[in-house]
Design a protein around this ligand. Structure first.
Ligand code: ZN
Length: 481
């Protein structure tokens, strides 16, 4: 009886795969995940979890809790898809529906791997071999918004002792690299329209303001820290050359390795916007879309997860999957792995090249990347600032497959993704149980957390009374990563 939980994932393999495939088919983008979040929440309710839906001001956010008392272990799940990536589970480009969304970041697997883990832990609690509370956090819209930051703001992590998460990848590894803190903001200028030839003197061009702001930002670039990133697109530049644009807007990302660096850079960018406003006699309006922290992983939690990753081992891919991977590899660019090698220390270079030359990852990659910053952003970061947290990857994709690609949609809907997901569920469940059965480990993780955060405290990175701008976010369909 005592190790029933170990078998739960294996015995419910088909059940978990079925849920993952349904979410893969729903392929709902950020804040539209009504069917996906309902399916996950309903399943947890069927397993006697107490479910809280529509939490933290977001209709598709929820959390589900089971058990009593300490420790409280949180496992994070995501389930949003990406626009335009619809694809059948085949190794050649073939959309199910042209231009429809698809799970190009594997969040169907992410959501269900975490679901399998919390139900397995529930079985262990029922068997009386561990004590505490297991929680599933249904985190929507990861691609477009910092939903987890809103969940933190609403106090949903206040009593959490340890947080665990994972992400589909083409490698089996513990994730050591930090990510960039960021702001995503739209600057909209309002001017005065006029006939551009007949009476230009009466026009006040909003597009001029956008262009002058961008010029200012490009000069600013010379005087920022080298690791910061500033990128923009003009999302509205007016309608026709003979009409002075009375409205124009530009959308910026500001990113840097630390949150305070983003705050500082953002203040300078606002000054530039105000300068453009003054120069053009227009009015500036700001839509603050999203903001997140840099991740700060906890080394104690990482160690527990890494040991379990080794215990579970890599997904066991069979010849059918290998054949699929080989076919899919042919669609990738020859340079697709080069970018990854720059994070590899020289002593691991030969191993890295050997691993990356295969179509599928068959080993647990040693922990590398400590101290490096991955040039992207995620809202997992905000949770890592309020609880000890670790994240790992399992191989659910073909080596070299780019993030947010149709290739990832293809593998996420067949055995390669399924096997990676089930391995992740096991690692999460074993890690959660390690903390439940060893209170000392929880304490040790918190001591490390205090040390990592002693001079820096989390504060919600959005303007204080900011509401999630659902409509604006859907319209721009931007990527946080
Ligand atoms: Zn993702």
């Amino acid at each position: 009886m005592s190790e029933n939980y170990q078998k739960w994932i294996e015995n419910n393999r088909d059940f978990l795969i079925e849920i993952s495939d349904k979410i893969w088919e729903f392929a709902e983008t950020g804040f539209q995940e009504f069917k996906s979040s309902k399916l996950l929440a309903d399943t947890l309710e069927d397993y006697d979890f107490k479910v809280f839906r529509g939490v933290a001001e977001m209709p598709t956010a929820f959390y589900a809790t089971y058990g009593n008392g300490k420790p409280v272990i949180a496992i994070l799940g995501e389930y949003d898809a990406l626009p335009g990536l619809s694809q059948v589970a085949e190794p050649i480009r073939n959309p199910i529906i042209q231009d429809a969304p698809g799970h190009g970041c594997g969040h169907n697997l992410l959501g269900v791997g975490s679901l399998g883990a919390v139900i397995a832990v529930k079985q262990a609690l029922d068997d009386g071999i561990a004590n505490g509370t297991i929680r599933y956090y249904g985190c929507p819209a990861e691609e477009i918004f910092n939903a987890k930051g809103y969940m933190v703001k609403h106090g949903l992590f206040e009593d959490v002792d340890i947080s665990l998460t994972w992400h589909p990848s083409f490698l089996n590894m513990i994730n050591l690299m930090s990510t960039l803190a960021m702001n995503s903001v739209v600057f909209r200028f309002h001017g005065q329209t006029a006939h551009a030839a007949a009476d230009p003197q009466n026009g006040r061009s909003a597009l001029d303001a956008v262009e002058l702001m961008d010029i200012g930002a490009n000069y600013l670039r010379e005087h920022i820290i080298p690791d910061a990133r500033l990128h923009y697109v003009i999302t509205n530049g007016g309608k026709a050359p003979n009409i002075v644009p009375d409205e124009a807007e530009v959308w910026y990302f500001v990113r840097a390795p630390e949150r305070h660096q983003v705050d500082h850079l953002y203040e300078r960018l606002i000054k530039i916007g105000k300068g453009a406003e003054l120069m053009t006699e227009t009015q500036m309006e700001i839509d603050f879309l999203s903001a997140s922290y840099n991740t700060k992983f906890n080394s104690v939690v990482q160690e527990v997860v890494y040991l379990n990753l080794k215990k579970v081992g890599p997904p066991n891919f069979k010849s059918k999957e290998k054949q699929f991977a080989k076919e899919l590899s042919k669609t990738l660019s020859e340079n697709s792995i080069e970018g990854y090698l720059r994070f590899v220390p020289s002593e691991y270079m030969d191993l890295a090249k050997a691993v990356l030359s295969q179509p599928l990852n068959k080993i647990i990659v040693p922990p590398i990347g400590e101290g490096a910053v991955e040039p992207g952003s995620t809202d997992v970061a905000d949770v890592s600032w309020v609880t000890p947290l670790a994240e790992f990857n399992t191989a659910c994709e073909v080596i070299g497959s780019p993030g947010h690609s149709w290739q990832n949609v293809a593998t996420g809907g067949m055995e390669i993704g399924h096997k990676g997901m089930l391995a992740a569920a096991r690692v999460l469940a074993l890690s959660a149980l390690d903390f439940m059965r060893n209170p000392d480990l929880v304490e040790k993780a918190w001591r490390q957390f205090e040390k990592d955060h002693q001079d820096k405290k989390y504060s919600f990175p959005f303007p204080k009374d900011q509401k999630p701008l659902f409509n604006k976010l859907k319209e721009v369909n931007y990527m946080l990563e």
